[in-house]
Design a protein around this ligand. Structure first.
Ligand code: GAR
Length: 214
């Protein structure tokens, strides 16, 4: 079994999608939140996953927070660290330690719209498609090599909220797929931007929502 530790800050719907995907060979051994009030913690506990809180507000420096976070994550002895709506930027030392075994999901088609407010920015830019990206984490925020992307249409009546909901549905499909590949030992990152899924088809790495109707 591969030991998976998930880092969250809030709702935890991606965490839930990952757990409910019942990925063979994946053991979700721990959930760590930087916010004690994160809803995802309750879900984790309800399915018997151990939880921990490392509240960034109780540390004087980012270094001290990340040291505590690192120690907490290490207690679970992870093979894979999954950032699922974890809303703190992680420093170089933390990121390098887990290089090649830490994934993030970001709500845009990277490299478009790194950072926050991605849905409003996609609407403001007049994008006709939008989506989500799972990538390996590197010290460059939202800049790591891309594993899989999910693409959704932008509809004329969309608000940031309706678009976010459509993107979230595709997030819940692509993240379990990426974690499945990792756990199967099929995800290879050969440095730079080059990610390979061993034995996979090219089209497996992009998920289209084909219909405009919902
Ligand atoms: C998701 O949309 C995720 O892509 C995004 O936060 C949301 C978390 O939802 N992540 C980021 O913006 C990371 N910078 P969830 O807690 O329900 O999974």
């Amino acid at each position: 079994m591969k030991r998976v530790v998930t880092l969250i800050s809030g709702r935890g719907s991606n965490l839930q999608a990952l757990v409910e995907a019942r990925i063979p060979g994946a053991a979700f051994v721990g959930v760590v939140s930087n916010r004690p009030e994160a809803k995802g913690l309750a879900f984790a506990r309800s399915v018997g996953i151990e939880t921990a809180v490392v509240d960034h507000r109780t540390f004087e420096t980012r270094e001290a927070f990340e040291e505590a976070l690192h120690a907490t994550v290490e207690r679970f002895n992870p093979d894979l660290v999954v950032l699922a709506g974890f809303m703190r930027v992680l420093g170089e030392e933390f990121v390098r330690y887990y290089e090649g075994r830490m994934l993030n999901i970001h709500p845009s088609l990277l490299p478009a719209f790194p950072g926050l407010n991605t849905h409003a920015r996609a609407l403001a830019a007049g994008c006709r498609v939008h989506g989500a990206t799972v990538h390996f984490v590197t010290p460059e925020v939202d800049g790591g090599p891309i594993v899989i992307q999910g693409v959704v249409p932008v509809l004329p009546k969309d608000t940031a909220e309706t678009l976010a909901a459509r993107v979230l549905r595709v997030e819940h499909r692509i993240y379990p797929q990426a974690v499945r590949w990792f756990v199967e030992g099929r995800l290879r990152w050969r440095g730079g931007g080059g990610v390979e899924v061993v034995g996979g088809r090219v089209e497996d790495r992009v998920w289209f929502v084909p219909a405009l109707e919902e």
